[in-house]
Design a protein around this ligand. Structure first.
Ligand code: ADP
Ligand code: TMP
Ligand code: MG
Ligand code: ZN
Length: 182
């Protein structure tokens, strides 16, 4: 038996973590053994949890390198879930391939592009090898349409890796991004 790779991507607030956690629930209801990971850099709503912007949380293992996932893999695991993959190293691609050949399903969620519109390398590479891609949209915080594909930074540049929420970023559509850029 082999597993499959699912990647959930899109801008901030598009519901990536919500969807990831709904898959965790589906596996758990089916009495499957799940394990959840997140990069330790993400300390937004708690250290040992994956959290949605609405406050829903699930216990997670913190990792600093993708290869640490392998330390937790046992015979009985059915599915592995990783949030905020944009913050993990590209080794995650090899790990995902290894896991699916062991028969484990792999679910990854993360940003496709930074606020500078640069693709995040780990997400891009996982998208290329995924069996299933779920591309989400957020509500544009300027025009209110459910078509936002960009995360726009509303504070001075803190770099392309800059953890935060509504204090730093809003979701906008292409039309509104064009206006914001002037
Ligand atoms: P992501 O992980 O993609 O950032 P989450 O799953 O953590 O998203 O959060 C999604 C939730 O964020 C939505 O269900 C909604 O309650 C809230 N939210 C806040 N701002 C927006 C927005 N601009 N568009 C859509 N949902 C938003
Ligand atoms: P989210 O997709 O679950 O909202 O989380 C995205 C995280 O990534 C959040 O901590 C902010 C951070 N981030 C960056 O570090 N750089 C960026 O360019 C963007 C858009 C977000
Ligand atoms: Mg999230
Ligand atoms: Zn808009």
């Amino acid at each position: 038996m082999v597993g499959k790779i699912t990647v959930i991507t899109g801008p901030m607030y598009s519901g990536k973590t919500t969807e990831l956690l709904s898959f965790v629930e589906i596996y758990n209801i089916g009495r499957k053994k799940t394990i959840v990971f997140k990069p330790s850099i993400d300390n937004r709503y708690g250290i040992d949890t994956v959290s949605t912007h609405t406050g829903f949380q699930v216990k997670a293992h913190r990792i600093t390198k993708a290869s640490e996932i392998l330390d937790y893999i046992t015979e009985d695991i059915d599915a592995v879930f990783v949030d905020e993959i944009q913050f993990l190293d590209v080794q995650l691609v090899e790990i995902a391939k290894e896991l699916v050949f062991k028969g484990i399903d792999v679910y990854c969620a993360g940003l496709d592009i930074s606020y500078l519109e640069n693709p995040f390398e780990t997400t891009s590479k996982l998208l290329a090898i995924a069996d299933e891609v779920i591309k989400k949209r957020a509500v544009c915080e300027k025009c209110g349409e459910h078509r936002a594909t960009y995360s726009y930074k509303i504070v001075p540049d803190g770099g392309e890796i800059d953890v935060g929420g509504k204090d730093k970023y809003i979701a906008v559509c292409r039309e509104c991004l064009k206006k914001l850029k002037g």
